[in-house]
Write a protein that binds this ligand. Structure first.
Ligand SMILES: [Zn+2]
Length: 307
């Protein structure tokens, strides 16, 4: 299979063995900023570079936006992609082979389920906390996307009524507490009253996961409080979701979680709020951080359509 990871800055294609996750070949170009037609050309170009003879049987594409039945509803990170676009159909016309189009976070969840920390279980939620917070849900061994592509949109569960503003326009969502953008906004707001080490490290630039780790290490009180808020938001939302769908396993990854590691996972565990129905056995584990997980997960789903 070929797996394609379409991101806001680059289009990356790899040849993938979907049963082992082994990858070879690499074709990468910057994501065009000149409209969807050029993005489609870039995807086709990287696939053709890897497979000039057209010998690969199916292609999986991970995209940074919600997907319903092969239609990408929007991609906020890609210039000019504000409307639904039938990407699967267009790519199948161009490439003459089956194409699967999947949200990139969902592709990462599939990679963890089949080849990473979720091997051997049929039901899991994968949560990735970076600039924002995304999630992918596997139920009964299958990725659940939902009729509108929203299933697993974990970052926009409300955890604090009338809480911090979220990038989506809402308030009090998981992402506004556990995503770097939300943490940074709150750290800058507090910095105006009382300087904190986190903004001292980031200065005018974006806060990085390593800044969070360094400020925690230095004992900065604002950072300690903000990370506790993040763990509380994640624990609360994971607990609710685990109760609703009876989840035995949650795989945790993304820049912040990778960096803060087991100590942060323990902190999230401390804030798990599982309600009163006995869902007391949800296991939290770190993601295995597979290389090019988006491309690998998309390729694994492409293999499924061949049966
Ligand atoms: Zn939101």
């Amino acid at each position: 299979m070929i797996g394609v990871d379409l991101g806001g800055t680059k289009v990356l294609s790899r040849i993938v063995d979907p049963t082992t996750g082994a990858t070879e070949g690499r074709a990468k170009v910057p994501t065009p900023r000149t409209g969807i037609d050029d993005v489609v050309d870039a995807i086709v170009g990287t696939v053709t570079t890897l497979d000039p003879e057209g010998a690969i049987r199916a292609i999986g594409v991970g995209v940074p936006g919600p997907v319903a039945d092969g239609v990408v509803l929007r991609c906020p990170n890609i210039a000019g992609w504000d409307e639904p676009y039938p990407l699967r159909e267009r790519l199948e016309q161009r490439l003459g082979r089956p194409v699967v189009v999947v949200n990139d976070v969902d592709a990462g969840a599939v990679a963890e389920h089949r080849l990473g920390a979720g091997r051997g279980t049929d039901d899991l939620l994968a949560v990735f906390a970076g600039t924002g917070v995304g999630g992918g849900l596997v139920l009964d061994g299958r990725l659940r996307t939902g009729p509108r592509g929203l299933a697993g949109e974990f970052g926009h569960l409300t955890v604090v009524e009338n809480g911090r503003p979220c990038g989506c326009g809402g308030y009090g969502h998981v992402e506004s507490y556990a995503g770097k953008a939300g943490i940074e906004a709150e750290a800058r707001r507090r910095h105006a009253d009382e300087p904190n080490h986190l903004i001292g490290l980031a200065q005018e630039g974006r806060i990085k996961s390593r800044h969070l780790a360094a400020a925690l290490e230095a004992g900065d009180e604002t950072t300690i409080a903000l990370i506790d808020d993040a763990a509380r938001a994640l624990g609360s939302a994971i607990g609710s979701l685990a109760t609703v769908v009876d989840l035995p396993l949650v795989v945790l990854g993304g820049g912040i979680i990778d960096r803060l590691g087991d100590a942060f996972v323990d902190q999230i565990r401390g804030h798990l709020d599982l309600g009163g129905f006995g869902a007391d056995t949800v296991e939290l584990v770190l993601a295995e951080r597979l290389d090019d997980a988006g491309a690998v997960g998309a390729a694994a789903l492409a293999a499924d359509v061949l049966g």
